[in-house]
Write a protein that binds this ligand. Structure first.
Ligand code: PLP
Length: 331
């Protein structure tokens, strides 16, 4: 990802929500990332305390009294940029934190957070009047996840909405330097002018969903749940990786909750807290009770957030272990 984005003259600021791990974040920085993106104050604290010097909290955080104390501590340790998408949010940030750098979020079609491009000037002016420093605009083309054939259009939306917001700011007398786009499916497709920065996160491990969307090859998916077969018979297997391991993330365009790559055709159809049920059609090769199988999750991010450690395997041997340092730091 670093090479693909870098070759297009765009910087990479990976979203650390996927790995939540200081070890993996350091590898991304060593490979050339300009800094890390985080989604919560808790993630920002973990990476700032680990010495990561450049963080973007890409979230329109509401600066409550408690969060403001924590954000001030992060800002004292690292260069911190924060997302804003409203006048009131910007004023609150300014009154609690003083002159921090902010990036205005633009809604490019996901319809989650983010302002309309035409409202960006009002937010930027209010932020500046309140004492904040407006450095640019960002968006998350999360509608790229709606269906595999919508990815390219979502990338175009990211570029066109950031371009419109850039124009609005420039015409209003601002000189923005950051146009930050980012989702794994769109990261390479939207790495073009005026985009200056990409923030994919899930690419770092990949998952079933990314393979289905075409953002990553199925053989490049690197994150698996190691599950033990605890039951078999009557046309089904039971694995010990329930919803508390796999999460219940499911997309309408993917069958089931996870696949067993060593056993083509087998996928988790039912999830209970501690049980995963895998239907086994007659004549299909299936693992024996007691066997440990690799399961590819639909979505890597919530799975990592449910685990304390990631075991690193190379050529069938355990070579390392990474702590999920920001596990559970979801606020
Ligand atoms: N930026 C923001 C604001 C996000 O919400 C996300 C993901 O949710 C990302 C970047 C990274 O996107 P992806 O998970 O597709 O890699």
């Amino acid at each position: 990802m670093q090479r693909l984005v870098g070759d297009r003259g765009v910087t990479l600021r990976p979203h650390a929500k996927t790995h939540k791990s200081i070890a993996v974040g350091r590898m991304q920085l060593a490979a050339g990332a300009v800094g890390l993106t985080v989604g919560t104050v808790g993630e920002a604290e973990v990476f700032a305390r680990a010495g990561v010097e450049d963080l973007f909290l890409a979230y329109p955080v509401w600066a409550s009294d408690e969060k403001s104390v924590r954000l001030r501590d992060v800002a004292a340790r690292a260069r911190l940029r924060i997302g804003v998408d409203s006048v009131i949010g910007a004023r609150r940030l300014a009154s609690e934190l003083g002159p921090v750098e902010v990036v205005i979020e633009v809604d490019s079609g996901e319809h989650r957070t983010g302002a309309h491009a035409r409202d960006v000037l009002e937010i930027a002016s209010a932020a500046t009047d309140a004492g904040l420093q407006v450095v640019g605009v960002f968006t998350h083309g999360g509608h790229s996840y709606d269906a595999p054939d919508l990815v390219a259009a979502a990338a175009d939306d990211e570029v066109s909405h950031l371009a419109a917001a850039f124009d609005v700011l420039r015409e209003g007398g601002f000189d923005p330097s950051i146009a930050s786009a980012g989702s794994t499916p769109t990261a390479i497709l939207s790495a073009r002018s005026p985009v200056t920065e990409e923030r994919p996160g899930t690419y770092v491990f990949g998952d079933r969903q990314q393979a289905a969307l075409g953002g990553i090859r199925a053989e490049d998916v690197a994150l698996f749940v190691a599950a033990t077969v605890v039951g078999n018979g009557e046309g089904r297997l039971v694995l010990d990786c329930g919803a508390k391991t796999m999460s219940k993330d499911r997309m309408p365009w993917i069958e089931g909750f996870g696949a067993l790559p060593a056993y083509p055709g087998l996928a988790i159809a039912g999830l209970y807290d501690y049980h995963a049920v895998v239907p086994v059609p007659p004549g299909t090769d299936a693992p024996a009770i007691g066997e440990v199988v690799a399961v590819i999750p639909n979505h890597a991010c919530p799975v990592v957030n449910l685990a304390d450690r990631i075991t690193v395997v190379l050529d069938g041997r355990v070579v390392d272990e990474w702590t999920v340092d920001a596990r559970g730091r979801n606020a």
